[in-house]
Design a protein around this ligand. Structure first.
Ligand code: NAD
Length: 295
């Protein structure tokens, strides 16, 4: 039986996040043309119903849209320069969902648009479970027209799609949010441990502060102490959740951006160095809330 497809979408980078995202595009009825350097990732994509290709160039040929989910800005740039620009049909819409630095995101959009494509930066909030479940939040930077074209594609992979502003605004939103998250997690950890050392039951502190002016997401929705507050990675030995290396990656991007924008970030830079130390102490396998163990 012939299947009807909505769009031909090239998908580059089928790792922990991209694998599930590509599978959700297939489920939404799109023809997904997948490429990854890893054979295992390609085999999993094939299993999920994607067409698989030996090069990114071949995956991009005939594509009406290109989605990328890659480790960093240098790789994103290399893939777009070498394999996407000039190989995807003219007029295609491009969506980079990787978390990368704001300057590179702007540069890649500028260059692709100079080659008659349209492009958005569309980083995500939500981890592997949200990627698999199609419940990511996308924060999108680009023109109104590019956003309108990207939105239905993103809707197939997420629960919320927000137009943040011009090119790079998605990455800006992402790193500012995660810098705030790092600060609130450290603040929550300090307050909880200090309360405990002063003889206050941490659960009582949670009950009081989560309903007082100290309430915040790290305390209320992601309580970093086991057996206290809501269920969180702390109750599972700090496994799963948002891994410390990813928090450190986002904080490095935030510090870089703060410097280029001449923004004062005394707490952000302190949080960044505390997380660098925590990672350096061999905690790469732990959720970022495990930083409370250092207090
Ligand atoms: P990952 O390392 O699991 O996947 C990246 C994939 O890209 C790998 O399969 C790798 O083989 C592939 N790749 C690398 N270079 C390539 C190239 N030149 N051509 C084709 N494929 C190439 O990483 P991930 O966890 O899926 O993260 C992807 C992006 O999403 C990162 O930018 C990350 O910061 C961001 N992110 C991750 C999470 C998370 O929880 N994992 C959450 C939010 C955002």
């Amino acid at each position: 039986m012939e299947r009807k497809y909505h769009m031909k979408i090239a998908f580059i980078g089928l790792g922990n996040m991209g694998g599930g995202m590509a599978a959700n595009l297939v489920k939404a009825g799109h023809e997904v043309r997948a490429f990854d350097l890893s054979e295992d990732a390609l085999a999993a994509a094939k299993e999920a119903g994607c067409g698989t290709f030996g090069t990114a160039k071949e995956a991009c040929a005939e594509a009406e849209a290109v989605v990328s989910m890659l480790p960093n800005g240098a790789i994103v740039k290399q893939v777009y320069w070498d394999d996407v620009i000039g190989h995807a049909p003219e007029g295609a819409i491009m969506l980079d969902c990787s978390t990368i630095d704001v300057a590179t995101a702007r540069e890649v959009i500028e260059v692709t648009e100079a080659h008659n494509y349209q492009m958005v930066d569309a980083p995500v909030s939500g981890g592997i479970a949200a990627a698999n479940g199609g419940t990511l939040t996308f924060m999108v930077g680009g023109t109104e027209e590019a956003f309108k074209r990207a939105e239905p594609i993103l809707n197939a992979m997420g629960k919320a799609v927000i137009h943040a502003g011009d090119a790079g605004a998605g990455q800006t939103a992402k790193i500012c949010n995660n810098m705030l998250l790092a600060i609130t997690m450290i603040g929550t950890a300090e307050a909880m441990k200090m309360a405990e050392k002063l003889g206050l039951d941490p659960q009582k502190f949670y009950e009081i502060s989560s309903q007082s002016s100290g309430y915040n997401w790290s305390l209320n929705a992601y309580t970093p102490l086991p057996g206290v507050g809501v269920e969180s990675p702390a109750d599972n030995g700090y496994a799963g959740g948002f891994a410390t290396p990813l928090m450190v990656k986002d904080l490095r991007l935030a510090m870089e951006a703060a410097e280029t924008a001449d923004a004062a970030v005394p707490l952000g830079s302190r949080a960044a160095s505390l997380y660098e130390d925590f990672l350096g102490a061999g905690n790469e396998a732990l959720d970022f809330s495990a930083i409370i163990k250092t207090y």
